[in-house]
Ligand binder design. Structure first.
Ligand code: C2E
Ligand code: MG
Ligand code: MG
Length: 749
């Protein structure tokens, strides 16, 4: 702003119009004679004033405030110069409007430069003192002094007015700035005197709530009574924390009721001030944060829900489960349970029908599962094809089983999708929630039960039990020890003789290699660990070891006097599906020196099922090497006659469960007879497993079965034992039917 405008504004602000100036003069009793009187003495005071100006500044320089302003020599010079001019004008006039304007301008410049009023007035007093002494020198000219005082006081009123007008303007400017900022921030403001409980709120504060400020009371109740009851305790706490100095400022979000009854999310910010008498007041702002809260809520919802099904996700479950567990601690709380659901063979749907179709299935599944629940129960999608259900308020935990069964039934209903009819199933693990459980424990328990349901054949539910847990621990331990067993050379092979039982004598024709794990002092049977090896994939390397070990051992025995002894080795499907299994087998045969025709590979029906084309190709290649293939445990699986024709099989091993029933159990006897007959008519060699008694042997002979193995002849033996009993002295052991192993005293340790 130019100084002319600033001056005009100042004149206007003080109201210095002609009339006002006139009035001020009258108040001071100013007469035209006063002007004449001063004008007449103007020349004679000139030199006094010059000397005085020097002294004035010397005096002022003794005070730090003014001293800092006049430290610069050129400024000082300028100031002294304008001071001189000022004094000249004081005596000379003319005392017109221009005089007033020039006085105001000087006041304005002084005020802007930071010259304080008190210095100005002190300078005046010094000036009068000087003039009085110098000019009148003991002979006071009363009239002149009176005129001088009038002029000086006129100037002083102008100076004081300039200063206070400038201060008022600064205050107004700052208020206007503040009001502008508030309007821009769109915030309401409040000021609460705690001692008197007087609350001031701005118009905007009230308008945010659709209220009129004047209709609000003046106590804090008009604020706090509108706060959402759930949010009030925390707000009071935040205010208290700030008042007592525990938080640097009040910063709290809460909901407040609007005139229409809706709640608005606001942020209150404020700071407390304590006055000299110890009274506190807090003042601050109120901002409407509803838009941010809405977005936060949306994000919160999105983070906790599955976009495909709209169900809660794992994060949501992480919130619900601890709540449910907490509830169980309340007295009179009813039971609660957790269900872990996993669709059976869902991968197959995804892989064969595509992910879109898979998604549709998941949506339908979530719909069906939801229908099986009561309000208050929760269904979450845990991930992929896994769902978790939280059942609360159950009369007894068995009710959870009913819900699980309902779910299984509902899922099993045919599902029509894109012109196809699908039948899906799921497995469910159930665990009853215990108040002492951690969320993780409950989930693990349900998961373990789910695993049990899957193991037991899928499409069913299973309940968690302590036993399951113990077993899982055991399996875990087993698996970690098992993974190192091969490297630690802990596997051993035992061999069970396979005998030719034609006529009345028996003769060893082969051995079946059976794997054992020497774990410390215990010899672990294969059924306890083969499945684990298959799960981990270690069966491939272990199976490789078995094959080479068995071939080498049998070759040794061939060279030791049993040239036609054949070697039977059990295979796992993972081995068969292994890339270049045939190549690896040829290598093993070559290294051991065993003829391919002396090797029998035993496979089970389930292996033939796994991937029949690939399996078929491998089996054909094996057969063309000259290796013979035996179908193990025949009768216990699908017993499909189709396999017998389709695959290049040479031997059928009748499972011991049939032989054990013969001849007293008519049904088992009939089945045994049928299997043996079937094998023979297809031109397969039939080997009977599990011959434990003399009548078993008689029965087999009567059926024309030529080969057998079982405890009656020998338990599986270590290589050394078998060597002693069957290779080194073959005539003693292998050709009589009476020298059988005792069932009561197993030879295997
Ligand atoms: P399998 O191939 O059917 O082997 C015969 C099983 O019956 C052996 O059990 C054997 O000890 C047992 N056995 C033989 N005669 C009698 C008898 O008169 N009465 C009774 N009650 N049992 C008899 P083992 O050694 O415990 O092996 C169990 C299964 O483990 C084997 O059944 C085979 O499927 C699997 N297995 C063994 N070694 C291997 C291996 O090296 N690789 C693979 N993949 N599986 C193996
Ligand atoms: Mg076998
Ligand atoms: Mg078998």
């Amino acid at each position: 702003m130019g100084s002319a405008t600033a001056l005009d504004e100042l004149i206007q602000r003080i109201g210095l119009n002609r009339q006002e100036i006139h009035q001020r003069r009258n108040l001071l009793d100013w007469q035209s004679s006063d002007a004449d009187c001063l004008n007449a003495a103007a020349d004679s005071v000139s030199s006094i004033q010059q000397a005085f100006t020097e002294r004035l500044y010397q005096h002022l320089e003794r005070f730090p405030g003014p001293a800092s302003l006049i430290s610069n020599a050129s400024t000082l010079q300028r100031l002294k110069h304008s001071q001189q001019a000022y004094y000249q004008r004081l005596w000379r006039g003319p005392y017109d409007a221009d005089y007033v304007a020039s006085r105001l301008r000087i006041g304005l410049v002084h005020q802007l430069a930071g010259i304080e009023l008190k210095w100005y007035l002190a300078g005046y007093r010094l000036y009068l003192d000087e003039i009085l002494t110098a000019l009148f020198d003991g002979h006071p000219n009363q009239a002149m002094y009176a005129s001088l005082l009038k002029a000086v006081f006129f100037d002083m009123t102008l100076a004081i007015d300039t200063y206070s007008a400038a201060q008022r303007k600064a205050l107004e400017d700052s208020e206007a700035r503040f009001a502008r900022a508030l309007r821009g921030a769109n915030d309401g403001v409040w000021d609460w005197h705690l001692g008197h409980d007087r609350l001031y709120v701005s118009t905007r504060w009230a308008a945010m709530l659709g209220l009129d400020r004047d209709s609000l009371g003046e106590s804090s109740a008009s604020w706090l009574n509108r706060v959402h009851p759930d949010d009030l305790p925390a707000l009071r706490q935040a205010i208290e924390a700030h008042r007592s100095g525990n938080s640097p400022l009040l910063h709290h979000e809460y909901r407040i009721r609007c005139s229409n009854g809706d709640y608005l999310w606001v942020l209150a910010r404020g700071v407390v001030e304590t006055d000299a008498s110890g009274q506190q007041r807090i003042a601050g702002s109120q901002s409407d944060i509803s838009a941010r809260k809405a977005i936060e809520q949306q994000l919160l919802h999105a983070a906790r829900h599955d976009p495909l099904t709209g169900l809660g996700n794992r994060l949501r479950l992480d919130e619900l489960l601890p709540q449910a567990l907490q509830q169980l601690n309340h007295s009179g709380a009813r039971e609660a349970a957790l269900l872990f659901i996993d669709l059976d063979r869902f991968k197959l749907i995804n892989d064969s029908l595509g992910h879109n179709c898979g998604d549709q299935v998941l949506i339908e599944v979530s719909r069906r599962l939801t229908h099986c629940l009561r309000p208050g129960d929760h269904l979450c999608r845990f991930g992929g094809d896994e769902f978790v259900v939280l059942l609360t308020d159950l009369a007894c935990t068995e009710d959870a089983e009913q819900v699980a069964q309902r779910m299984l039934d509902s899922l099993h209903l045919p599902l029509h999708l894109a012109g196809q009819t699908l039948v899906i199933s799921a497995s469910i693990g159930i665990t009853a929630l215990q108040p002492s459980d951690a969320s993780q424990d409950a989930l693990q328990a349900a998961d373990l039960a789910l695993y049990q349901a899957k193991q037991a054949g899928k499409a069913q539910f299973a309940r968690f039990s302590e036993e399951l847990q113990v077993n899982a621990h055991y399996q875990l331990e087993l698996q970690s020890a098992l993974s190192q067993a091969l490297a630690r050379d802990e596997f051993v092979l035992h061999f069970q003789p396979i005998l030719c039982i034609e006529q009345h004598s028996t003769r060893i024709v082969g051995v079946e290699a059976l794997l054992r794990w020497q774990r410390g002092t215990t010899l672990v049977p294969p059924l306890d660990f083969i499945a684990s090896l298959e799960d981990s994939g270690d069966i491939v390397s272990v199976g490789d070891w078995v094959l080479s070990q068995a071939c080498r051992q049998v070759r040794t025995w061939q060279l030791a006097g049993q040239p036609h002894l054949h070697c039977a080795v059990n295979l796992s499907s993972r081995q068969l599906l292994q890339e270049n299994f045939v190549g690896r087998l040829s290598e093993i045969l070559h290294d051991s020196g065993l003829a391919a025709t002396d090797l029998i590979l035993e496979i089970t029906e389930s292996q033939l099922l796994e991937d029949s084309t690939a399996t078929l190709i491998t089996l054909r290649a094996l057969a063309s090497l000259g290796v013979r293939l035996a179908l193990d445990d025949f009768g216990t699986g699908y017993s499909s006659l189709g396999y017998l024709k389709r695959f290049p099989l040479h031997i059928l091993k009748v499972d011991r469960s049939f032989i054990s029933g013969a001849p007293e159990n008519a049904e088992l006897t009939a089945i045994s007879r049928a299997i043996i007959g079937l094998g023979q008519s297809l031109g397969l060699e039939v080997v009977a497993e599990g011959v434990e008694r003399a009548d078993h042997l008689d029965f087999l002979r009567a059926q024309g079965c030529h080969m057998a193995q079982g405890y009656w002849f020998s338990r599986p033996l270590s290589a050394t034992e078998l060597h002693h009993q069957f290779i080194a002295a073959p005539d003693e052991r292998c050709t009589t039917s009476t020298s059988h192993a005792s069932l009561e005293e197993p030879t295997e340790q």
